[in-house]
Structure formats: structure tokens, C-alpha cells
Design a protein around this ligand. Structure first.
Ligand code: ATP
Ligand code: MG
Ligand code: MG
Ligand code: MG
Length: 566
């Protein structure tokens, strides 16, 4: 592309409501223009990037065996009434009427339409599994459209829907889609994480989101530094506060044991006699020591507390509620607590003044050792209410959780039979019997990815595109083309031609701008490689090359340039 023949329209000023970098840079680079709240026109430059993303998504969906189709964006009310979502979907559903007063919505998602298609098209189990996808415009009447195309009302989504006879088959396709998403975001050159997610209004069982890491992200995610565990904070599994942090110098260990119920079980687990067990269970507070005294003939859940003036001695009885409050756990978590060799559970009632404590504890059939009482956890808070915080133990016991902000760019769900049931979508199985189909659905925010990439990769001068998303990989710049010698113009033209011939997408900046303005534009729009052809370079037989991410330019021969660009 010759820029003199293109429509590049960079601007200096952007409206004050462009709060985040990607929104500002997309406007400044002239990639998008606002038409109305949450509605954007993609300029020729913006569209080049959008198409790059779209093509990678399409290639990987095809590679994973999904089949492309296209459904209407306008959908009839009757279908949405069949699933109950005409009322339930809420304010994001834009409802419209035609001239005959028939009601429709502008599709925010396509479960209804695709399930209707499937119930008509799919008759036999032999046609399953099948995975249909489309790349199509959605409309959601977002309460707060903002951040440009990041949270728009009209946006481009890739949505796929798979149909199965069995849950196992769904699980297989789900895994294949998950892998396809990993490939897509890797190829796009983004730093991302797949996290366990809530299923929200779409419904269903298992679900993962793909989150591009960026400080401006609207979501918070927790991920372990010692394992693959990662979850949206909305979903992250909070351990009981007693287990939330590793103790100083202690290794956290998960010991799988059945949930212990009786003193006998505890004793066996701790490898002590039931009598010793009574002594083993102690709780210490800053205002004295609180002991959990288990009587040998009582069940663990009937634990009684004693408040001690000093170390093991006489006890003042406390109620079970007090113990629960002190431990911050549900009754189910009160169980055999203990390290075989020492004081088992130490509750720090006044975190500010006491040091780290090693403790043990139970969670749903698992015993933990080496944990620390969470000093930030408010006493009395239950495990369900507690939020995961930076430094918490990973629920799988491997590593410590970190919290980061993310932008949701993809979301996969195992839907199960919710929609098939509502719309009675069945196939005949090998016994000739009608069976409801089981479904999965898989979304990618194609247009949001463009903004998310900028959010993750930009500097003061502009966008830093990953190579796979750049509108062009290389910009050939001619200094002062109107006054330059014929040789310079010819050399630039020849270089531009030969780069494109090699399949390296190149733009020739022949607009005749001053060097400062030309370079600023190329940096703003994020072209990864810039080559300047000048009188001086031509004389020396070199090109002035600069990578977008480097601060200095260097002289390269043409061969060196080709080698560098691969
Ligand atoms: P969010 O939590 O950001 O509102 P969502 O969970 O409602 O997203 P999904 O129903 O999972 O979105 O849709 C699939 C994908 O579509 C999302 O992962 C996201 O990348 C994209 N998407 C959703 N809403 C928007 C929007 N308003 N603008 C741009 N992209 C969007
Ligand atoms: Mg949403
Ligand atoms: Mg979401
Ligand atoms: Mg989602």
C-alpha cells in the first residue's frame, strides 16, 4: 500500500471521555471514529487490524474442526420466549418492532438461533458431534458503554456452538476449543491467562475465560505461581481463612484424607492416642489462649472451646459460635486440626500484634498442614464470603496466588442441555430413541482483542503492535520525496516492491511529510519495522532501520534487512 493512496488520518486531540490508552490511541491513530454511544466506524486502517485478528481466529477455528456459517443479527421474539430469555436477558437485549408490529431483538448472542437451526438440521446421532461458528456483529445495550470498542454496544464476536450426544463428547470438543484459544492468543502475540469463570446469564457447568493481562482490565484474576490454577476473582475458591497463607518457613502440604468425624479418626490420622488428641487441639489468641477441647467420646463437630489464661491448663468454656467466629470457618471446616508433632491450630485473634503461626486444618475431606492463619481475615468471616487476596495459598496447595487485572477476550462454556431442552432439540440415538443434545458454546471478542492488545502494548509514542496484528509489518519512508533524487525514489519503490514480493506486508510512506511528522505517524500507528531511504544511505549502500520497540536506528544492508524480517 502507498500511503498517498490510502486514507490515514491521525489526530492530535482526543475527547476527554477517552479514559484509557487503547481508546485514546485508536482515536489518535484514526482506527475508529465514534458514531454514537458504543457505536464505532472502523476506518480502513482499523479494519486492517480487525481483519488480521479475524483471520487468525478463523484459521484456528477451522483447524480445530469447527465449521463456519452465518446467522442473522436480527432474531424473532418467539424464539427467545421459548427459552425464557426474552424477559430474563434484561436491559442488554435491544428489542425492536417491524412495520407489522412484530417484535425482534438485535442478537446479543446466538444460542436460540443456532439451537433452532440444529433442531431442524440434525436428526441422527451420526451427525454429531458438530461445531458451528460464525464471525458476526452483536448488539448489547450495555449500561455503560465505554473504553471505545472495548465495551461497545455493537461489536464483532466469533461465536461457536457445539452439539453432542454425550457429556464426554462435549468435554472433548471443549478441550479442543480451549487449545484452539490458546493457539489463537499465542499467535496474536498477547500475554494472557485462561481462568476458571462464572457462567453468568449464558448458564451451564464448566467455563473458562481467556484474559489478556493489562492494568486497565475490568476483571481481576487470581493465579498460582506454583501450578496452573487460575480463576476469575468472582469465581476464585477462597480457602478457609486459617488456610489462606503459608506460614513463615513452613511448606504447605495437602494431605488427602477422608473428612474426619470422630476423635478416633483424628487420633488415627494424627497417629496419637485419643487421649493425647484432647491435648493436641489448641487455639491461641493474643488475649490469652483458647483451646479447642475435644472429648474422646464426642464428635468433632461438637467441639467445645476453652479459653485459657496461659498455656495448656485450666479452661474456661466458650460456645461453639465463639469457636466458629475465632476460626472463621463453617462448621464443616471444624474438624481434626493438627500437626502431628506440635500445636495443631493456632488462631491469632489480634493479628496486628502476633507473628506468623503454623497451623493445620481441614477443608472438604482434605487436611492441610503448614498453613498460616490469615492475618487479614476478619474473625467471624466465613470461607464463602472471604475474597481471595494476593499471597493466599492456591486451593490446590501448589504455590501462592497472585492477583492481576485482565480483559476478557474469550469465554468457553459447557452449556449442557439447557437450550436443547428449552427448544426440544433432539437426535435419534443408535437405539432409535430421541435424545436431547448436549451443547457447548465458545465466544471470542474479535473487536475487543484489538483494544486489549493496545492496552497491553503501547508506549508514549503510540501503539506497539505484535507482528501478527500490525496493519503492515514494515514502513518504507522516503525523506522529502518531492525533492529527493530520482535514485532515492526509485530505491524506495524497489525496496517496497521487493518486500511485498517476499510476502512481507509493507507500506510506502510517500505522502511527502516532514520526517518528524512521518516518523511520529508510523510510531503512533505502531508499525513494527521502519526503514528510511535517504540520499546519504544510498551513497553508503545502507538503509536506516529502526524497530518500533528500540530507541536507536541502525544501518543495515538490504540483505541484512531481509534476513531480519525473515
Ligand atoms: P463482559 O464480562 O466483558 O461484559 P461477557 O462475559 O458479557 O463480557 P460473553 O457473553 O462471554 O461476554 O461474550 C463473549 C466475548 O464477547 C467476551 O469474552 C468479550 O470478549 C466479548 N464482548 C462481550 N461484551 C462485549 C462488549 N460490550 N464489547 C466488546 N466485546 C464484548
Ligand atoms: Mg457482559
Ligand atoms: Mg464476563
Ligand atoms: Mg463472558
Amino acid at each position: 500500500m502507498r500511503l498517498s493512496q490510502f486514507h490515514l488520518a491521525t489526530v492530535k486531540e482526543v475527547p476527554a471521555d477517552a479514559e484509557i490508552a487503547s481508546h485514546r490511541l485508536m482515536l489518535r491513530a484514526g482506527m475508529i471514529r465514534r458514531l454514537a454511544s458504543g457505536l464505532y466506524t472502523w476506518s480502513p486502517l482499523g479494519l486492517r487490524v480487525l481483519r488480521k485478528v479475524e483471520n487468525i481466529v478463523r484459521e484456528e477455528m477451522n483447524r480445530a474442526g469447527a465449521i463456519e456459517m452465518l446467522m442473522p443479527s436480527i432474531q424473532p421474539k418467539e424464539l427467545w420466549e421459548e427459552t425464557g430469555r426474552w424477559e430474563k436477558f434484561g436491559g442488554q437485549l435491544l428489542k425492536i418492532k417491524d412495520r407489522k408490529q412484530q417484535e425482534f431483538c438485535y442478537g446479543p448472542t446466538h444460542e436460540e438461533v443456532v439451537t433452532d437451526f440444529a433442531r431442524n438440521e440434525l436428526k441422527s446421532y451420526k451427525q454429531l458431534p458438530v461445531n458451528f461458528y460464525q464471525i458476526q456483529t452483536k448488539f448489547r445495550d450495555e449500561i455503560r458503554p465505554r473504553f471505545g470498542v472495548m465495551r461497545a454496544r455493537e461489536f464483532l464476536m466469533k461465536d461457536a456452538y457445539s452439539f453432542h450426544l454425550t457429556q464426554e463428547s462435549l468435554a472433548e470438543t471443549y478441550a479442543a476449543m480451549y487449545q484452539a484459544y490458546v493457539r489463537i492468543f499465542t499467535r496474536l502475540g498477547l500475554t494472557f491467562r485462561a481462568v476458571q469463570a462464572d457462567t453468568g446469564a449464558i448458564g451451564g457447568n464448566a467455563s473458562h475465560e481467556f484474559q489478556v493481562l493489562a492494568d486497565s482490565g475490568e476483571d481481576a484474576i487470581a493465579f498460582s505461581d506454583g501450578s496452573d490454577y487460575a480463576a476469575n476473582l468472582e469465581k476464585a475458591e477462597a480457602l478457609p481463612p486459617t488456610l489462606a497463607r503459608p506460614a513463615a518457613g513452613a511448606a504447605l502440604q495437602r494431605v488427602d484424607t477422608p473428612t474426619q468425624k470422630t476423635i478416633g479418626d483424628v487420633a488415627a490420622f494424627l497417629q496419637v492416642s485419643p487421649r493425647q488428641c484432647v491435648k493436641t487441639l489448641l487455639v491461641r489468641g493474643s488475649d490469652g489462649l483458647v483451646a479447642l477441647c475435644l472429648r474422646g467420646d464426642h464428635e468433632i463437630n461438637e467441639v467445645k472451646a476453652g479459653k485459657l489464661a496461659e498455656l495448656p491448663g485450666e479452661s474456661i468454656l466458650a460456645s461453639e459460635e465463639e469457636i466458629l467466629a475465632a476460626c472463621g470457618t463453617r462448621p464443616g471446616f471444624i474438624g481434626p486440626v493438627g500437626l502431628p508433632d506440635s500445636i495443631p491450630l493456632i488462631v491469632d485473634r489480634d493479628a496486628a500484634v502476633l507473628a506468623d503461626f503454623v497451623c493445620g486444618g481441614n477443608a472438604d475431606g482434605t487436611h492441610w498442614t503448614g498453613a498460616n492463619w490469615d492475618r487479614d481475615a476478619r474473625i467471624g468471616r466465613t470461607a464463602d464470603l472471604r475474597n481471595v487476596v494476593e499471597g493466599d495459598l492456591s486451593p490446590d496447595g501448589k504455590g501462592v496466588l497472585h492477583i492481576a487485572r485482565g480483559i476478557e477476550v474469550g469465554h468457553v462454556f459447557q452449556l449442557g442441555q439447557k437450550y436443547a431442552q428449552a427448544l426440544d432439540a433432539t437426535v435419534i440415538d443408535d437405539q432409535g430413541k430421541a435424545q436431547l443434545m448436549t451443547m457447548g458454546c465458545y465466544g471470542i471478542g474479535v473487536s475487543r482483542i484489538v483494544a486489549a492488545a493496545i492496552e497491553q502494548r503501547h508506549d508514549d509514542a503510540g501503539i506497539l503492535w505484535p507482528e501478527a496484528m500490525a496493519p503492515w509489518r514494515v514502513a518504507v519512508c522516503v525523506i522529502n520525496p518531492k525533492n529527493a533524487s530520482a535514485a532515492v525514489n526509485e530505491a524506495a519503490e524497489a525496496l517496497y516492491q521487493s518486500l511485498n514480493r517476499r510476502g512481507i506486508e509493507t507500506v510506502l510512506d510517500d505522502r511527502g511529510l516532514r520526517p518528524g511528522g512521518m516518523f511520529a505517524d508510523m510510531e503512533l500507528i505502531g508499525i513494527p519495522h521502519r526503514v528510511v531511504v535517504s540520499e546519504r544511505g544510498l551513497a553508503a549502500g545502507t538503509l536506516e532501520y529502526r524497530a518500533r520497540e528500540e530507541s536507536e536506528s541502525r544501518a543495515l544492508s538490504e540483505d541484512e534487512l531481509f534476513a531480519l524480517l525473515g
